[in-house]
Design a protein around this ligand. Structure first.
Ligand code: ATP
Ligand code: MG
Length: 417
């Protein structure tokens, strides 16, 4: 009864109601349905449950259709993976992944798995770690029944990250990143036999993985509260060597990474990456040469915007000493050409006040005169236009012009020449 109570007390009532509705429908179709994976783990650890992972022994797409018929909402189906995503109308458009229990096989080490529909037991056995391989049944008569064939609860109590079988890291070496990520997040230890499996054999398979898969794992690390500690553990088990040799010598001290608050505006980030991830990549690689950055960017299939952000930041940081005596207008015209996220990153590591001033004020300073005003004064649009406006902007930035009247006088004198 303990888990039934834990569920009732930990989930908010609208979420619980949603689980009941889904479970009732699944039960009517004769499909036992379970909460699995991360949601069970986090429930037992008394941590907030972010997404509900629901796995049923049966056809998730059929269940999805039945739910839409009864409760409305939208359904997306993925026939190949036997999954459906249901967005109910009620319950402030929470998105629910309905998953058919499945078996996964690997055609060769490091391959993406082949998926076939199967039992819950098989579904748990394809998973990464024992603590992620528990299930709690949620359909009515069975609500709260734990299914834990791999002894995840015991490892949770012992605070251990343990793989399910000795080939786990060969099948999928991205699990090495996941092991360290969970260990750091929960303050757990990687169980000694599991730790031994982080060896040259699994490093070799890891080295052959695609850049996208590897980068995604590191992206996830950057979303954690303490990425530096995770990077450090990965260095300690000598994993980066297999990703890109340069990363192993780059270091892992990212003190500012741990909470880069976005105090100086909104920044453009590459597709699929968050602000936190982007700034973390920039700070991690900022002291490398352009050549080294290019190498890593190629290996990890960086989006162009990310490569540019890292290279710009790295160059700016190296150039800072030579900008010491620059006037605000010089700073501004130079920094205008760089991604502002790069400027922000360099500000975080250098605390150079000009970078702060640029982001907070200078970048927004514009003269009152516009191109239209110049046209109205009979000037032909052309390079001279830009020069005049730039001159006026510089005068404001450098404090040579402080009022509309002063700008008007400066403009008059510029036009005379
Ligand atoms: P998080 O809190 O980081 O989201 P999670 O446990 O929910 O943790 P997900 O990446 O959302 O992790 O994956 C959901 C579940 O799928 C995991 O609990 C795990 O059982 C399984 N899983 C995910 N990635 C793998 C993998 N590479 N190999 C095996 N099982 C995996
Ligand atoms: Mg999850």
């Amino acid at each position: 009864m303990y888990l039934a109570d834990l569920l009732k007390n930990s989930l908010d009532s609208s979420l619980l109601d949603l689980i009941h509705r889904i479970a009732d429908e699944s039960s009517a179709l004769g499909f036992p349905i379970h909460l699995v994976g991360g949601s069970v783990r986090d429930l037992m650890l008394a941590r907030p449950i972010l997404d509900l992972d629901l796995t049923l022994e049966g056809d998730a797409i059929k269940l999805g259709r039945a739910l839409v018929k009864k409760h409305g909402g939208d359904l997306t189906t993925h026939e190949k993976f036997f999954t459906a995503t249901w967005t109910p109308q009620f319950s402030n458009s929470q998105i629910l992944d309905l998953i058919s229990a499945r078996r996964e096989t690997y055609s060769h080490p490091g391959a993406l798995p082949t998926v076939t529909k199967s039992t819950l037991d098989d579904d748990l056995r394809r998973r990464d770690f024992t603590i992620n391989a528990m299930a709690i049944r949620v359909d009515s008569d069975h609500f709260g029944e734990l299914y834990d064939p791999l002894h995840g609860q015991s490892d949770l109590e012992k605070k251990l990250i343990r793989v399910l079988h000795p080939n786990s890291f060969l099948d999928d070496p991205t699990r090495i990143f996941r092991a360290v990520r969970y260990a750091e997040r929960y303050g757990f230890t990687i169980e000694p036999e599991t730790l031994k499996l982080i060896n040259d054999d699994s490093r070799k398979v890891l080295a052959a993985l695609s850049g996208e898969r590897l980068r995604h794992e590191i992206d996830l690390i950057f979303e954690e509260p303490n990425p530096s500690a995770i990077l450090k553990q990965l260095f300690d088990v000598d994993i980066f060597r297999a990703v890109h040799p340069q990363l192993q010598v780059t270091g892992y001290e990212l003190p500012l990474l741990d909470d880069p608050s976005r105090t100086l505006g909104e920044f453009v980030v590459p597709d699929m990456l968050t602000f936190k991830q982007t700034i973390a990549w920039v700070l991690w690689l900022i002291d490398l040469s352009t050549l080294e950055i290019d190498g890593i960017s190629e290996r990890l299939a960086f989006p162009v915007l990310l490569t540019n952000a890292v290279i710009s930041a790295s160059a700016l940081k190296k150039d800072l000493p030579s900008f010491k005596n620059w006037k605000p207008s010089q700073w501004t015209f130079h920094l205008d050409e760089l991604p502002s996220l790069s400027v922000y990153a360099v500000y975080l590591v250098s605390k150079e006040s000009a970078l702060h001033d640029y982001l907070a004020t200078w970048q927004h300073v514009k003269p009152l005169t516009t191109g239209d005003d110049l046209k109205a004064r009979g000037l032909e649009p052309g390079p001279r236009f830009g020069e005049i406006l730039r001159h006026l902007r510089a005068a404001w930035l450098d404090g040579e012009v402080k009022t509309a009247e002063e700008e008007r006088q400066l403009l008059a004198s510029l036009l005379k020449n």
